[in-house]
Design a protein. Structure first.
Length: 350
C-alpha cells in the first residue's frame, strides 16, 4: 500500500513508519513540519530505501497538503501529527489549537477531496485518526476507559485532541469519509523526545540530576510500548470497521512514582557506580489540573482485531534505558540544544 503518515518524524510516528516500511514492505510518505519534537534522525534507517519519502510540510498549510496528496496518491492516511505535551499546552495553548484542530480539519478536507476522486479504489481507502485517552478526563480508582467513555478533557492539549476526534467523526458522518479513530494510553520506548516523563528521567539519572516527580507521584497511567502501539495502529487500519473507535492500551497501569522507581532500579543494575539512583527522586509542585488516573480497557481491539500488547512493562522499560545508553548520538543534540530538561507548564503565558 501507499500510506501517507503525518508526524512520522515524531516518537510514535517514527516507530510506525519503520514498522510499515521495514517489517511490512509498504510505501510510505512521511508528512512532517519538523518542529521541535520531530527528529529526522529517527528515520535514518530508511535514508536509502526507495519505499520511503519525507515531505517537509505543515498540516495547516492546505496548499502543501494538497500537493502531497496529488504527488503521492495515498491509499490510506494515518494521521498522527499533533502537539502533544500537556505542560507546553498550559503555557501556550494556541499552537495546540492550530495544529491539532485546524491541522486536522485541513487533513480531513484534503483526504475527502482525494477520496472523492478515487473511483473504483474508494472501497479500500481509509483515514486513521490517532488520538489519546486524555480526551476522557480523569478516572476514579480501579476504573477503565472504554470506547463508550464520556469525553471530559481537562487540559488545553486534551481539549484540542477531543476537538480533532469530533472533527474526524463529523467528516465521516457528513461527507462519508471512511474514518477510523484510535485513542491510546501513555507510550514509552526508544526515540522519545526527552520532555516526557520516562526519557526525561533516564537522561537526568544518567547525568546525576534530580528526578522531578509531580505532586505525591501517585497519578496513574496505563503504559504501552511504542512498538506495540504501532502494531495496533496497523491492525486497526487493516481490520478495523469503518466508523469505529478502538482503544489501544498496554494493560500496564503504574503510578508515576512506581515508574521512576523502576527506572532507578534499572539504572542500579546497568550503572551500579551511581547507585542508589532513587536518592535523586525529588517531589516538585504538581502540574495545574493534573488528572489523577488514566487506564484503558483494550478488550475491543483485542477481540475484533487479534491484536494485543506483547511487552512486559518492567522488562521493556529496562530495554528502553539500554537504548538511551547506547544511542547518545540521537539524544545529545536535543539535550544540548532544543530542550535541556527545564520544567515546563508552570509559568504564565505571555
Amino acid at each position: 500500500m501507499r500510506i501517507l503518515v503525518t508526524g512520522g518524524c515524531g516518537f510514535i510516528g517514527s516507530a510506525l513508519v519503520l514498522h510499515l516500511v521495514q517489517d511490512l514492505g509498504h510505501e510510505v510518505a512521511t508528512l512532517d513540519a519538523l518542529t521541535y519534537a520531530a527528529n529526522p534522525v529517527s528515520l535514518q534507517p530508511l535514508a536509502d530505501d526507495p519505499r520511503h519519502r519525507l515531505i517537509e510540510a505543515d498540516i495547516c498549510d492546505a496548499e502543501a497538503v494538497e500537493a502531497a496528496f496529488a504527488a503521492f496518491q495515498p491509499q490510506a492516511v494515518m494521521h498522527l501529527a499533533a502537539e502533544s505535551h500537556v505542560d507546553r499546552s498550559i503555557t501556550g495553548p494556541g499552537a495546540f489549537i492550530r495544529t491539532n484542530v485546524v491541522g486536522t480539519q485541513v487533513m480531513l478536507d484534503a483526504a475527502r477531496r482525494h477520496y472523492e476522486g478515487l473511483g473504483a479504489d474508494k472501497a479500500s481507502f481509509r483515514f486513521l485518526h490517532v488520538s489519546t485517552d486524555e480526551v476522557y478526563g480523569s478516572l476514579p480508582p480501579d476504573a477503565f476507559f472504554t470506547e463508550a467513555s464520556r469525553y471530559d478533557p481537562r487540559s488545553p492539549y486534551s481539549a484540542s485532541k477531543a476537538a480533532s476526534d469530533h472533527l474526524a467523526r463529523a467528516w465521516a458522518e457528513t461527507y462519508g469519509l471512511p474514518v477510523l479513530v484510535t485513542n491510546c494510553s501513555n507510550n514509552y520506548g526508544p526515540r522519545h523526545f526527552p520532555e516526557k516523563l520516562i526519557p526525561l528521567m533516564i537522561l537526568n539519572a544518567l547525568e546525576g540530576k534530580p528526578l522531578p516527580v509531580y505532586g505525591d507521584g501517585l497519578n496513574e497511567r496505563d503504559w504501552i510500548h511504542v512498538e506495540d502501539h504501532a502494531r495496533g495502529l496497523v491492525a486497526v487500519l487493516e481490520r478495523g470497521r469503518i466508523g469505529e473507535t478502538y482503544l489501544l492500551g498496554g494493560r500496564a497501569v503504574r503510578n508515576n512514582l512506581a515508574v521512576v522507581e523502576a527506572l532507578c532500579a534499572a539504572f542500579d543494575r546497568l550503572r551500579p557506580e551511581g547507585a542508589p539512583h532513587a536518592r535523586l527522586i525529588t517531589f516538585v509542585a504538581d502540574r495545574p489540573g493534573h488528572d489523577r488516573r488514566y487506564a484503558i480497557d483494550p478488550s475491543k481491539a483485542e477481540a475484533e482485531l487479534g491484536w494485543r500488547p506483547t511487552k512486559v512493562f518492567e522488562e521493556a522499560l529496562e530495554e528502553t534505558v539500554r537504548w538511551y545508553l547506547a544511542n547518545e548520538a540521537w539524544w545529545r543534540p536535543i539535550r544540548e540544544g532544543r530542550y535541556t530538561g527545564e520544567r515546563l507548564g508552570l509559568q504564565k503565558a505571555s
